[in-house]
Design a protein around this ligand. Structure first.
Ligand code: LIP
Length: 260
């Protein structure tokens, strides 16, 4: 592991944990104006903004030549080294006191994730990976499911108003017709960390933003899984469909999902 990545991994783990504890504190102290709406069923809390600002201030103080792309305040800096941060992934769960939410921090070189950290405070789970170094949760090695049978498989799904409702309903029908089971938990980052730990055999969402996905992408790849999504600048600027799969689930699942 190069020093560049080792240093950034250590800092990202510290930062994700500190940010998670801050989000929990802000939730406990929330007042009436804690939540506002960005769009249909798309929310932001004062904690999303405060946590992102905290992460940004520390990252840019410790790595001043790096850039950062955050969900709430966008891109700051111009560098091939870029941090991609979702301060609270699963905001709609967090604001209701539901447990499936996480801090998601990826460090990318020329748009490709090299380091990924996801901290889910309500689960007390810190998953992380560095390219070529394997994937871990709470410092124990993790790997994707070995399941090869669709009728034994669980697929995690996500959707938002950014995608077609009819396409999502068609997808659910295809999943059921292929004898797979499915769940939708409202947080891409938590779903991706569950796939990396072998708790589910795959995840699919028709559109994810880079901050939802990139930490989970490198963690699943290092846990032995397959991830299909846009690369580099395309992912950073527009996001894309994200399909993550345990390696033994054969191509039939890809046909079921009718994804390219
Ligand atoms: C959420 C994702 C989820 C997606 C939602 C939203 P947020 O992230 O984790 O998978 O379906 O539309 O993007 O907004 O809570 O950070």
């Amino acid at each position: 592991m190069t020093d560049t990545y080792s240093t950034r991994l250590g800092f990202a783990k510290f930062l994700a944990q500190e940010a998670g504890f801050l989000a929990q504190k802000l939730y406990r102290e929330r007042e009436a104006d804690f939540v506002s709406t960005k769009g249909l069923q798309d929310f932001v809390t004062q904690a999303d903004r405060a946590v992102e600002a905290h992460i940004r201030s520390l990252l840019l103080r410790h790595f001043p030549s790096d850039a950062m792309l955050g969900e709430e305040d966008g891109l700051m800096g111009d560098s091939s080294s870029i941090w991609v941060v979702d301060p609270i992934d699963g905001t709609a769960n967090y604001m209701r006191g539901l447990p499936d939410w996480a801090i998601s921090i990826a460090f990318c070189w020329e748009g490709e994730p090299e380091v990924g950290v996801i901290f889910a405070p309500e689960r007390n789970e810190m998953c992380w990976a560095v390219k070529g170094q394997g994937a871990f949760c709470n410092d124990q090695p993790i790997q994707v499911s070995a399941c090869a049978a669709p009728d034994q498989a669980l697929l995690l799904l996500g959707r938002s108003a950014r995608g077609s409702l009819s396409a999502y309903l068609d997808l659910v029908r295809s999943v059921i017709d292929s004898e797979m089971e499915y769940r939708r938990n409202g947080s891409a980052a938590v779903s991706l960390m569950d796939v990396a730990q072998g708790r589910a055999e795959g995840y699919y969402e028709a559109h994810l933003n880079p901050w939802d996905a990139l930490a989970g992408v490198i963690i699943i790849r290092e846990a032995g899984g397959i991830v299909r999504c846009a690369k580099g600048a395309e992912m950073l600027t527009a996001g894309s469909p994200v399909l993550a799969l345990a390696r033994n689930l054969d191509g039939k699942v890809l046909q079921t999902l009718a994804v390219e």
